[in-house]
Design a protein around this ligand. Structure first.
Ligand SMILES: Cc1cc2nc3c(=O)[nH]c(=O)nc-3n(C[C@H](O)[C@H](O)[C@H](O)COP(=O)(O)O)c2cc1C
Ligand code: SF4
Ligand code: SF4
Length: 251
């Protein structure tokens, strides 16, 4: 029997939540990072996976689904974890459940948890905080009981199955300014290969999924989106992104 912590976390918020859940579920586990290419993996019915993704426009990021499709469940159990930036997650968990079931997983539990918004960092700042982590640890204990009972729950998730909310991406694509030292880190770390290592100041906008990984890791703080556009969008989004949103457990 093996345990796997599988996550897509461009800026680390999803990973923070995943790590709290995984540490409290298991003593030992292997990490699989969906921001990189994933080698084909065939699991067994004894295995358990925690699969964590951020919500992008109420959906699972397409590249995370594409890489998950390299893993075959063969009856392995899956705990689903959707991390959202204080607005809503809509069809993220149902899309993840549908995909995992198609891949041969048995979905036994799901979490929707809040993390700091990776684009508009003034919302949900600092989350998951100490209270979130204590609550997530308690969620893990309840999930563990479900796993020990070897029950395959009929997950009753909010969101629709099969037909999902349409998300056509975002208009903001980061570029580098003249502070760029040309180190190539952003090009190596971009999950979708949208930055040319030979010319990292430019971003291939058709490929870019606006995940903000390049912005968060640039050692020169040289990457960013159009400031005026971001200010306008932040103002527009503020009512939906403000206030304290909760973490949810589905068993
Ligand atoms: C392109 C994009 C779309 C997003 N859409 C949503 C959304 O629909 N609802 C929401 O609550 N948060 C949304 N967020 C915020 C992320 O879900 C949240 O910040 C998450 O923690 C990011 O994961 P990461 O820190 O692992 O990169 C979005 C973020 C990005 C980059
Ligand atoms: S990480 Fe920053 S400094 Fe390095 S190439 Fe990218 S934009 Fe330039
Ligand atoms: S170029 Fe786009 S997809 Fe690549 S890391 Fe930056 S924001 Fe993410």
């Amino acid at each position: 029997m093996a345990n796997y912590n599988i996550y897509f976390s461009p800026t680390g918020g999803t990973r923070k939540v995943a790590d709290v859940l995984a540490r409290n579920l298991w003593g030992e586990y292997a990490n699989i990072d969906l921001c990189k290419e994933v080698s084909p993996l065939s699991l067994s019915g004894d295995d358990v996976c925690l699969v964590s993704v951020p919500s992008y426009g109420g959906r699972v990021p397409a590249i995370a689904l594409e890489r998950l499709r390299n893993i075959t469940g063969n009856g392995a159990r899956a705990v689903l974890n959707c991390v959202y930036g204080n607005r809503e997650w809509e069809d993220t968990l149902t899309e993840l459940q549908d995909t995992l079931e198609t891949l041969g997983f048995r979905c036994v539990a799901a979490v929707a948890a809040v993390a700091e918004h990776s684009v508009f960092r003034q919302f949900a700042t600092g989350r998951p905080d100490a209270d979130d982590k204590a609550q997530l640890a308690a969620f893990s204990k309840r999930i563990q009981e479900r796993l020990d009972a070897n029950e395959c729950a009929d997950l009753n998730l909010s969101g629709s199955h099969g037909t999902y909310k349409v998300f056509n991406g975002t208009p903001f694509k980061p570029m580098a300014n003249n502070d760029c030292a040309g180190c190539g880190l952003c090009a190596r770390e971009c999950p979708v290969g949208a930055i040319d290592a030979a010319n990292p100041q430019m971003t291939e906008v058709e490929k870019c999924i606006s995940c903000m990984r390049c912005v968060s890791i640039c050692p020169k703080h040289a990457r960013g989106c159009d400031a005026q556009l971001m200010e306008m969008l932040a103002g527009k989004m503020a009512p939906a992104l403000s206030g304290h949103k909760s973490n949810h457990l589905f068993l």
